[in-house]
Design a protein around this ligand. Sequence first.
Ligand code: GLU
Length: 479
Amino acid sequence: MSIVRVRFAPSPTGHIHVGNVRTALFNYLFAKNQNGTFILRIEDTDLERSSIENENIIYEDLMWLGLEWDEGPVVGGNYGPYKQTERTLIYKKYLDKLLEEKKAYYCFCSKEELDAQREKNLQEGKNPIYSGKCKNIPLAEARQRIEQGEKAAIRFNVTESEVKVKDILKGEIDFPTNMFGDFIIVRPDGTPVYNFVVVVDDALMKITHVIRGDDHLNNTPKQILIYKALGFELPEFAHIPMILGSDHSKLSKRHGDTSVNQFRQKGYLPEAFFNYLALLGWSHPEEKEILSRQELINAFSLERISKSAAVFDFDKLNWMNGIYIREKNIDELYSVAKGFIKCVELSKYDEQWLKNVVFSVREKISVLSEIDEHIKIFFKQSEPDDESIKLLNLETSSAVLERYAEEIKKFETLTVDDYKAITKIVGDATGAKGKALFMVLRIALTGQRTGPDMDKIATLLSPKTQIERINNVLRFIKK
Ligand code: GLU
């Protein structure tokens, strides 16, 4: 058995989409499970749409998710360069070989000519494929014409009538070659196309398994023809079904966030996102759902990838992220959450107190960007709404608040036990209980009817602050 070598080959034409990163993740899990090598290759032949900024975001996003590549840009390796724009001479060598062996030919047909031919074919009910007009131009003559300034594409000379694609997930599929005819491998402007460069790269980088989205399935027969023409050994193929949105159409912006970067900015934890993506179209043999990176690596197999498309479930991702948030200890949580706190200037507060504040709301949040919404009560009293005002206007409310303020006056800080004892005293003295006691206190201290547990609020806010807030409310009630 050869050593497994797999690759993720993004084009830096935009941010990485969840579908692509899931492909990267399956490649990574497979490589690690097999003690193989995970390679990153940047497919930047589309010069107009590719950019260094996008390329850097790809690196950042992959690193954020912990999908570290064993070979590729930045880290290097024995089969580089790992960016297609740096491999031009390599491609030229293989193109010359195909041209000289008449497995490819120069095509001088103009766009107008090709369009007209295409139109004619369609009208006659034929496949709109290339006629083969330039196939027999001798190579020497073609080269001369190019030297004299003519522009030409290079087409692959398809001689077989059918190509069999063997796919680990989809089984064997026959593709008649009259679906595509003599396809272009180099554009008239001289840039080689994906189907050609991908084969040269995968073969020279000794890729054993090509694992990619099934939107590429139709490209695979063309690629197989090129492998054969160049005498390269075929890798194994696994085409992974797409990811769909809740309405079962292809996942797109309409459904919500789709780029890894957006998920990162919203405050999903990389380990939760990793876990969620792994289960998007793959399942654990025992149907376990919360799985560490190592557990996923150990359990991963290509055979367990689902044959049907996976539906992206934002609720499930949020649920899972919440679980990972709650698994963090106080220091870990603060270190990942502090970058998301925008409602206050952190340097103005004691760090341990901030940690306690963040930790107190961890049950309430599913993504870190929600943190501000929940911790703002610790920094500022908000205005009660109508429903809250009704509660503040209960007969016992003033007495509850006055007595509570009186009781906490003597404390520097409150413990949970202090808070419990004090509320008991206040309840006994005023006859208020349930909502009339606890909800009234909550509204007075925070302005809201929901939030972290009251004992947390009472222990985190200084008695001085609590008294100030209560006095504000009392003035408001008595107006
Ligand atoms: N650059 C291609 C893409 O991003 C790679 C496809 C492949 O894995 O062969 O879709």
